[in-house]
Structure formats: C-alpha cells, structure tokens
Design a protein around this ligand. Sequence first.
Ligand code: GDP
Ligand code: MG
Length: 174
Amino acid sequence: MEEIDITLKCIVVGNGEVGKTSLITRFVKGDFTDEYKKTIGTDFLETEFFCESADENVTLHLWDTAGQEVFSTMTRGYYRGSAICVLAFSTVDRASFEAVKKWMGRVEEECGPIPMILMQNKIDLLSDSSEVSLKDGDRLAEELDLPIVRTCVKDERGVRELFDTLVGTYFELK
Ligand code: GDP
Ligand code: MG
C-alpha cells in the first residue's frame, strides 16, 4: 500500500476558558493540564491521527490561541494555511456560545470555507439550568450547517469523535 503523509493544520478557536488548551493537551498528550505552553513554548502541538471514517492517517498540527481570544490581537499567521477548524464553546458560558458566529466569520475571512465543527464542551456540567442547552447547540448547528460534537475534555468524552468527524469532513470535501 502506498504511504501518503498528509499534514493538516487545525486551529481551535473560541472565547477564553471554553477548554481549547485542555482539548489540545488531552488529545495530544492524554493529560488534563494547562501547563504545556509554559513548558514547551511552541505555537502548535503535533499528533498522528488515524481517522476511521475516512480510513486515512494524518498528521495534525493543533494550533492553540494562547489566551489571545480577542479578535484584534489574533495574528494572520495564526490562521494562515489552516485546513480545518474547531469552533469551541462552553455549556456553562452563554457568551462563548453567542460568540461562535463571530469566530466563524473571522475564520472564513482569513481561510475561506474550510471544514469546521462545533464543539460543545463541558457537557459534564449540563443541567436544566445550564447556560447553553443541547437544543441550543442543535439549533446553532442547523443554522450554521455544521456538525456538532459534545465533549467533556476532562474525561476525554467526545474528543476522538470530534476529530474523526472533522477530519472525515475534510476528506469528503477534498
Ligand atoms: P481555554 O481558555 O479555552 O484554553 O480553556 P482551558 O483549556 O484553559 O480551560 C478552562 C478551564 O475549564 C480550566 O479550568 C479547565 O480545567 C476547565 N475545563 C476544560 N474542559 C472542561 C470540561 O470538559 N469540563 C469541565 N468541568 N471543566 C473543563
Ligand atoms: Mg487556552
């Protein structure tokens, strides 16, 4: 079989505190910690990923926003060359949910129509009174015509599914 090495730059955007850094460290290192920026000091983390739905091996370069969650301070270099994007928000932060469209618009401005996915994180904190419901998430997904995956980065729930769906979409559209 032919070996094809595909590297995809994946950006993870969304308001602060929604779990972007946790997602990346969880996925790449299996840890749940906040410390990697300080210790590694790099722009992205790299990981090999086998996408089951596409039956493809890829190298993912996962770019974190490093606390620059204000639109104006996000550099062009951050977006440049992105192949895929995670739009993250938190179940317990309404403002992060409301901000998704703005993030999406910004990504489209910089990257064009690349495959994106909605990530409703902190699903472990979902309750009848949480700031964002499952229905809210579904409605937004329908409105934006994007897939949505619920995650609890804390216990890794949904994380592989998130990347499998996103990378799968990339290959479908290719
Ligand atoms: P970022 O600012 O988007 O990078 O968010 P962080 O990854 O720094 O996470 C913000 C806070 O939310 C941290 O205290 C994390 O431990 C916590 N957190 C992240 N994901 C989850 C989750 O799925 N469930 C819960 N309960 N807390 C989470
Ligand atoms: Mg962060």
